[in-house]
Design a protein around this ligand. Sequence first.
Ligand code: ADP
Ligand code: ZN
Length: 709
Amino acid sequence: MERVSVFGKYSVTLYLMDNDRFIQVILPLKLEWEPYYRLPEGMGVSVGERVGVVFAHRHYIAVVSGLDCHPTSSPDKILDIEGVETGLPPIGEREIAFWRQVAYYYLCSVGEVYKAAYPSIAIRQEETEVRIRQQLEKRKERLLEKIEKAKFERTRQRYQAELEALENQRREERPPQVKSLSEAQQRALESIKEAFAKGKTVLLHGVTGSGKTEIYLNLAAQVLAEGKSVLFLVPEIALSRQLEERVSEALPEVMVYHSAESAARRREVADRIREADACCVLGTRSALFLPHRNLGLIIVDEEHDRSYKQDSPAPRYNAREAAIMLAICQNARVLLGSATPSLESLYNADTGRFAKVELKERFYKGEEAELMIIDTAAERRKNGMAGSFSLKLLAEIHKTLEQGKQVALLRARRSYAPAVQCSECGKTIKCPHCNVSLSLHRNPERLVCHYCGHTQEYSGVCPDCGGELVPLGGGTQKIAEELQAIYPQARIARLDSDTPPKEEAAIIKSFAKAETDILIGTQMVTKGFDFSGLSLVAVLQADSILAQQDFRADERAIQLFEQFRGRSGRRGSGGLFVIQTREPKHHVFSRLKGEDDTAAILEERRTFGYPPYSRMIQLIFRDGSEKRIDYLSKELAEQLESSLEGVSVVGPYSPAVDRIADQHIRHIRIILPRDKRLSERKEMLVKTISKFEKERKYPGHIAIDVDPV
Ligand code: ADP
Ligand code: ZN
């Protein structure tokens, strides 16, 4: 063995070995380095293969990231790998390149990205295939049994038909077919293709109902016909379910994928991607981390949507940005679409980084929904309110139902009531673990914390003074109850995150088929659904949406309202959009009346140096001790201020909810100029933080969130 010292920027000792061969691996951990292992004699591996290793006395499945390495630590301490995981398909080099790009941009470790991409490595391919086959076999067996036992000819026939359908599943597929485009749509498609030819990412800014989806499908069909794969991203699982049918009718080989799918399903989709020449995956943000190859096009529908951002755990990525990184690794094109594009994308279009294509007319001609703003404070004074509803809105609901049309209502709070208060002493009941009010839920009646899930019984009596507790305001549950009392005949459904995921699809489907008259829900009901019979949409207590304290609050409110408005009158029948608010003069509403103030909002962002004119990074401290979090977050803020010149450090400050699950929370916001020194500064930031954590042996947790939303 020979020891060589290399001097340069750093001085390191390389151990050059005669016989031993070393590899580097990526571990599914928050590790800043890729550790070395020794290959046992006679064993060969290649980059991307998965190997079993021991790290800090625990077993992991790691990904080989480097061959023939020269370790920088003494080889005596380097362990042998335990073996090659031949049952697991290797990771492609492009896939690893994508992970590295995401880790680099979002300031996390590549291991954390690996962990996100392969969340449940434990399931082996063989097991899955067997399980899927078994499931089918079991269903068949059960049907056969039922047929035998059936007492009536009619039931027997029904089971027989089900069995045949199961067996014919593959045979009866119709050849997929896209719709032919209107002239305006065709022009937009041509412009998109021209921009793609120049290698640009395209922002398709098209009003709701303009047929953006049909354009995506046409483009996707062409890409598939050229033998390349397509990734079609949507922000919500519920949306992917509604789109599945539409996409499958238009394209061959469509697979739906999202994070709520089982590990077995993930394997199935991943295997299909590995073997298919060209296929289309319709999925939510986690679908970015499938083992894509041969990708030609990535579509990001509703690109402004906040659900594209992963808040926790790392990587805290935004699928819109990550899609562009993936496209670079795959040499694919990216199409971003929205009726209300994010300011980031509009900025990128302004600066020429993206090409912008506009689609200003709806496919079914006709005006967008008319706007009616109802001042609830004024109505209350005039006795014009009945519970959560103004009489004016009730009259419109009545009219709509009489015409056999449908109604959708948005209330941004789930539960029966977002808070309960003592009528004697004024106390509101808070979560014992979080600094938030408990929400009242019914069926069964209980108090629930929407942050940590804490649940307690509801006695209706104030624990302090014994006074009577009264619900404050109304959530979706209460609104449904009020409405059912007014319209006992109406078929009313509720859609919010209390809805079991399994029922979501059925609720949306039945509303789409007009089997329900009124749909009440949280933000979920505003997303890109296509409901043909929906003609009245209304926002209740819009004030809770306007009240958020954040520089993005207005932008978000406008997007939400515009999206919701776009759900109604989609067959050219106009439709009505009602907003109930105590603040009818809020400037967000003037935008809905047709004033385009994007330029003004952008100008304001520029003046204050906010994104998109700068990069924002948020540090999130979490600590059980309030005293410690306060002085340590202050200390780090000071260190950052002195080590990073040219950036502004805001905080530490307490966010709106400053304690969750017994952990105190503090934020520091760092605003970096978008210039050549950006990545250098980001690197410096990470170094300062990890040095701080080591020096102070910080037992709390500091998360780094790049581009928080
Ligand atoms: P967007 O995605 O822009 O909101 P959609 O693609 O959902 O709009 O289109 C709105 C409605 O118009 C849908 O019901 C869709 O099927 C219909 N539509 C749009 N373009 C066409 C077309 N070229 N041919 C037939 N129907 C279309
Ligand atoms: Zn709580």
